[in-house]
Design a protein around this ligand. Structure first.
Ligand code: MN
Length: 750
């Protein structure tokens, strides 16, 4: 930010000061009722500290940096509805990260509570700003959720921070825009959704779309603009009779039509494969009632009745979130009715309180918490508790976790009951087993069946809203792999995976012991090198998988004998060419040059000298082959061919250990390689072959073995070549011989 290029921004210092003060006053104005005695001073102090700490910094747009924390604080107050503590933390949110201010300073000035929130904010920005491959993003997400479970204010301020950054993303580079936008739609928008911050969620999604798909965004925005007049006319016509009737009935209310968010229109176009003109519900009608809390529900239904007196409703599209609020606290009645000109129109009916919750979500819950025993409170608390549960699950596979969790974020909900009548919210498609895990993870693990509405059902039974369940369990029951196919909740999935992993770990321990014993017999121990060799040979992605395979008998322990032993090291069995003495005609001494040393390989991004590597025995690469480097745990860099039989397994499981490599041109060093040759047995064929290799091509041959059966012979030839071209030449020349039907590179391992 210090390297900002000032382009369109040009204010004098005086003007800047005025701008800053204007923002600050606006912030105080928004806080007004929430500013009690003494707290105004604290806000002032936070403002001053922040101004001073950021005084040398500017944003990419050129404006003074302090404008950012001020804007974030305003979002926190005006759009999320938080109070003084959050305002102060928003003002200070970037100080510890970017300036000289320390957490201790903040603690001294404001107290422990504040320092804790700022600490959370600093940690989040640390994790989020790192490189963003998927695993890392997943890990970030998990960390963000952890802080959420600690103090939701951290995540709310972070959302405000992100919203302001998205609103001002214009001045960033294209690359940064893409990165920030995808992170926003990947993490922050779903989170805002889950917390019930619908306004912020749609704005984040719209902005992300604007930067990731500018053309799509512009097209829809333009479409909305062009159809605005027509739409207003229709909305007025639709509203008129309802408005009159509501007034006659004595309601205090607001009624208006509201265009849907660009992102959600785009979603419709995409999922339903329709054009902009074909999206019928470009807007929804909202009726906001001013109702006393004891009459809320009754009034909403009265309004529903007035709406449906005028327009015919679609029964399937009635949503009653007044009687049973959504998991994130959302309350409203939604209905879709047939409007003028045969158009379906969605009508949303809410009270003022419900509307505030719809817009401000979590924060509004807090506001209404005092003296209100609305069930939504406990539901949100339950959700946070649920979150803590999942997060505390020791299963460390974050990517999996993220997938499951994201599914949880978006799915529709069903409501089911315990035998005592306690309501549980589960995602649609949840099964009896999900329910068991939801009650308690031990109950889930021991579940053998359930009674749904007093009828016995299997654990895979799909639940419906309104079902009442009793779980039947047995101490002998254990989770199994197939359970994963019929649970949907993140909690059940992560618990089952954890049990399975534990089970596997226990078995693997046994396998490890057996393996150690067997290796001892061979005179070697279980070193990282040996583990590595075994994993590669048996194609196991990890030592755990290797031990497990030995334990359950998936690998025959006898196969160990095939390994060569050098000192304390195992090495993989090379299918040595069988030397048939009768047919053996030529065997050169082993060439002195060792193929595993030298600098004939360039490793990108590093100086090409002094890099130690070995050529993998499994595919024996030579210069000219497409290769990649693989960082082994015991032996440094190993070079494999990209078409090596082990390649896909290595690339898929250990992508992070792969190094790009390329051969340098070098004709001084020879590499051992081989060809397989098949042809008709013919007198003198061996003579012809050796003549080509040693005479014509002047190559050094190490061995030649030929087996002949029923007039057909198969030969393996090992030669030293400088590169791939030479090997190809050899193949071409050999193919020209009479009676030779096939020549191919010899693969050590099939
Ligand atoms: Mn910030």
């Amino acid at each position: 930010m210090d390297s900002a290029v000032i382009k369109k921004y040009h204010f004098t210092e005086e003007e800047e000061k005025k701008l800053i003060l204007r923002e600050y006053r606006a912030l105080l104005k928004g806080l007004k009722q929430r500013l009690k005695k003494g707290t105004r001073k604290l806000v002032r102090r936070a403002f001053e500290i922040s101004v001073d700490a950021h005084k040398e910094m500017r944003r990419k747009s050129g404006e003074p940096y302090i404008m950012h924390p001020l804007a974030v604080a305003r979002i926190v107050v005006e759009e999320i509805g938080l109070g003084v503590t959050s305002t102060i933390c928003a003002l200070l949110h970037d100080t510890v990260e970017d300036t000289e201010i320390t957490l201790e300073d903040i603690e001294q000035e404001f107290g422990k509570n504040y320092a804790k929130i700022i600490d959370g904010l600093t940690k989040i920005s640390h994790v989020v700003d790192l490189k963003s491959d998927t695993t890392e993003q997943a890990e970030n997400f998990r960390k963000i959720l952890l802080t959420l479970a600690e103090d939701p204010r951290v995540i709310l301020i972070k959302l405000a921070d992100r919203l302001h950054n998205m609103r001002t993303l214009d001045s960033m580079t294209r690359e940064k825009q893409l990165k920030v936008s995808s992170e926003t739609s990947y993490i922050y928008a779903p989170l805002a959704h889950r917390l019930g911050l619908y306004e912020i969620k749609s704005e984040l999604e719209d902005l992300a779309l604007k930067y990731t798909q500018p053309e799509v965004y512009a097209e829809i925005a333009q479409g909305l603009k062009e159809t605005k007049r027509e739409r207003s006319k229709y909305i007025n016509e639709f509203i008129k009779p309802i408005k009159d009737e509501l007034q006659n009935a004595g309601f205090e209310f607001d009624i208006y039509g509201r265009p849907k968010a660009i992102h959600s229109i785009w979603n419709k176009m995409r999922t339903k494969h329709v054009t902009f003109d074909e999206v019928f519900d470009l807007f929804a009608i909202r009726i906001i009632l001013d109702s006393p809390s004891e009459k809320e529900k009754e009034d909403c239904w009265k309004v529903y009745s007035i709406v449906t007196n005028n327009y015919h409703p679609s029964i399937e599209r009635l949503r009653d979130w007044v009687s049973v609020p959504k998991g994130n606290g959302y309350e409203a009645l939604h209905t879709t009715v047939m409007g003028p000109a045969g158009k379906w129109v969605e009508v949303q009916i809410r009270t003022k309180r419900m509307n505030e919750i719809a817009e401000k979500g979590l924060a509004a819950h807090w506001k209404y918490k005092e003296g209100n025993t609305n069930p939504q409170e406990s539901k949100l608390d339950a959700w946070l508790q649920h979150l803590r549960d999942i997060l505390s699950s020791p299963d460390s596979d974050t990517l999996d976790f993220l997938q499951d969790f994201k599914l949880d974020l978006f799915t529709e909900e069903i409501y089911v009951y315990t035998p005592t009548g306690e309501m549980r919210v589960l995602p649609k498609n949840a099964t009896a087993l999900d329910f068991a895990f939801d009650i308690h993870s031990e109950l889930g693990a021991r579940c053998i069946g359930a009674k749904v509405n007093h009828k016995l059902v299997p654990i895979s039974h799909l639940l419906n809203s309104g079902d009442q369940l009793e779980i039947i369990s047995s101490s002998k029951q254990k989770p199994s792999e197939d359970w994963l196919s019929f649970v949907t909740t993140a909690k059940a999935k992560s618990r089952i995976k954890y049990y399975l992993k534990e089970e596997k770990r226990k078995k693997a321990e046994l396998g490890k012991e057996t393996l150690i014993r067997k290796l001892n017999n061979l005179g070697v121990s279980l070193t990282p090198h040996n583990i590595n060799e075994l994993c590669l040979y048996f194609k196991k992605p990890s030592s755990l998988d290797l031990f497990y395979a030995f334990s359950v008998g998936a690998i025959d322990i006898k196969e160990l004998k095939e390994f060569a032993v050098h000192g304390d090291k195992l090495s993989q069995p090379i299918r040595e060419v069988k030397l048939d003495t009768k047919l053996l005609v030529h065997e050169e001494d082993v060439i002195k040059q060792k193929p595993s040393k030298g600098a004939e390989l360039i490793i990108f991004g590093e100086s090409s000298d002094n890099i130690k590597y070995k050529l993998a025995q499994c595919c024996q690469p030579i210069p000219g082959d497409d290769v990649f480097g693989f960082v082994t745990s015991g032996e440094g860099l190993k070079i494999h061919r990209t078409d090596c039989p082990n390649a896909s397994q290595l690339l898929a499981n250990f992508g992070h250990r792969v190094v790009k490599t390329k051969w340098a041109k070098n004709k001084e060093i020879s590499f051992l390689s081989g060809v397989k040759i098949i042809g008709l047995d013919d007198v003198g064929v061996i003579q012809k072959i050796t003549n080509i290799i040693s005479g014509v091509l002047k190559m050094n041959m190490r061995s030649l073995s030929i087996e002949s059966k029923d007039g057909v012979f198969e030969g393996d030839i090992m030669v030293y070549v400088h590169d791939r071209d030479e090997l190809d030449d050899l193949c071409t020349e050999l193919l020209k011989l009479n009676g030779i039907s096939k020549v191919e590179r010899l693969e050590v391992q099939e």
